[in-house]
Design a protein around this ligand. Structure first.
Ligand code: GLP
Length: 241
């Protein structure tokens, strides 16, 4: 694990954007998996700013998401797909052919997950998986207790995860009970992983990462064995760890 402490969320966003920009410069058709949530918003703003300044081209890049709410279409603003379209894809001018998102509203979710994995395999596997860290240590929607060998699949969401969705769902009772998540093996098959850690309430989950050994109680520690793992962590977490 290569760990870099960043000086606040803006610095974290700039450093993460550098990783993405360098990848796209080296490999314009890179396949990239993207997270949702509060943490990557700064990264997405940086990428959009670079694009608007003519410094970032992503017309050939391929994009995937990490997870989605069951029953939600990407046209629903409260879906993770909708979040990615409005915060990143639309401002970057990304075309729908470049994007393969998990379809939360697919009539057969298991078949949808298989088809999603086939699309990633057809892209030659991910060049970069960008991840956030859940309060309970989840990564994508791989919750504590989940099978680390399981493929992309429908899952039941932990209550803690459901109640942490206030940006999209001011009323927590409206958060879907289930989701679709990329599996750990697909994340681990990525040529590089970038884990972004910022926000409050993550001290325990981040402490598990810092112990630097896989621990089934904290799914994000599943990625610690990856040979090309970069962790960008907001230095405010340092004081508590
Ligand atoms: C959500 C998502 C994850 C995300 C995480 C952290 O539940 N399923 O993909 O990385 O929680 O979110 P945030 O960045 O808002 O703390």
């Amino acid at each position: 694990m290569h760990l870099t402490w960043t000086n606040g969320p803006d610095n974290l966003a700039e450093k993460a954007a550098e990783v993405v920009a360098n990848l796209l410069e080296r490999k314009p058709d890179a396949a990239i998996a993207l997270p949702t949530g509060t943490t990557p918003l700064g990264l997405y703003r940086c990428l959009v700013a670079q694009h608007q300044a003519g410094r970032l081209t992503c017309a050939s890049a391929r994009f995937f998401n990490l997870d989605e709410f069951a029953g939600k279409s990407q046209h629903d603003p409260r879906s993770y797909g909708g979040f990615l379209w409005s915060n990143l894809f639309v401002p970057l001018g990304v075309r729908s052919e470049q994007v393969r998102l998990l379809q939360g509203d697919a009539p057969d979710p298991v078949a949808e997950c298989r088809s999603f994995e086939r699309a990633i395999a057809a892209a030659g596997e991910l060049d970069l998986a960008i991840l956030g860290l859940g309060l309970n240590g989840h990564v994508a929607f791989n919750e504590p207790g989940s099978d680390w060998t399981a493929p992309t699949r429908p899952v039941v969401l932990a209550e803690e995860t459901r109640s942490a969705q206030s940006t999209l769902y001011p009323d927590p009772t409206e958060v879907p009970q289930q989701g679709l998540t990329m599996g750990i093996p697909t994340i681990m098959a990525a040529r590089a992983i970038l884990l972004l850690v910022s926000g409050t309430g993550k001290d325990a989950a981040f402490a598990a990462i810092l112990r630097n050994r896989p621990d089934p109680a904290w799914p994000a520690t599943a990625i610690l064995d990856h040979p090309n793992l970069t962790v960008l962590a907001d230095a405010t977490l340092r004081a508590n760890n």
